[in-house]
Design a binder for this molecule. Structure first.
Ligand code: ZN
Length: 132
């Protein structure tokens, strides 16, 4: 069961410029910036207040995400639901025939995460996250 939408992931070509844009336009505040080498991105979590967050993702050179950016351009990348237990949700989804990208929870930007295949969810890449 999803508790809430934790964040919306947006693929960008330049993190600094994107941060400035979302700050200027919507008053978003930077919470955290980190390079996630295993995911091939430099990421920033921006807070919009009241628990609403954006995750801006700039691909690292020669990463898979760089290929995605080149192919699809900037824009919405994924939506993330916070759950109490990622592994429990994965088995719940798997029992319903939903195709998983991650079969098990793994460490993410904040806590444990897992991705669900967009072809099982009407074209939307969904991330589940479980916070410490
Ligand atoms: Zn995310």
């Amino acid at each position: 069961m999803a508790k809430k939408v934790d964040h919306i992931g947006i693929l960008v070509s330049n993190l600094e410029e994107a941060i400035k844009l979302y700050k200027d336009c919507f008053g978003a505040e930077v919470d955290k910036i980190e390079t996630l080498a295993e995911r091939g991105v430099k990421a920033a979590i921006l807070s919009l207040g009241h628990g609403a967050n954006l995750e801006l993702l700039e691909p690292l050179p020669d990463s898979n995400m760089a290929k995605v950016l080149k192919k699809r351009g900037e824009g919405l990348h994924h939506i993330t639901f916070e759950v109490d237990n990622v592994d429990k949700e994965l088995s719940h989804l798997s029992e319903r025939g939903i195709e998983l990208i991650d079969k098990k929870a793994r460490p993410g930007f904040e806590g444990l995460v897992a991705f669900i295949h967009p072809k099982s969810l009407r074209g939307v890449l969904v991330e589940l996250c479980q916070k410490g």
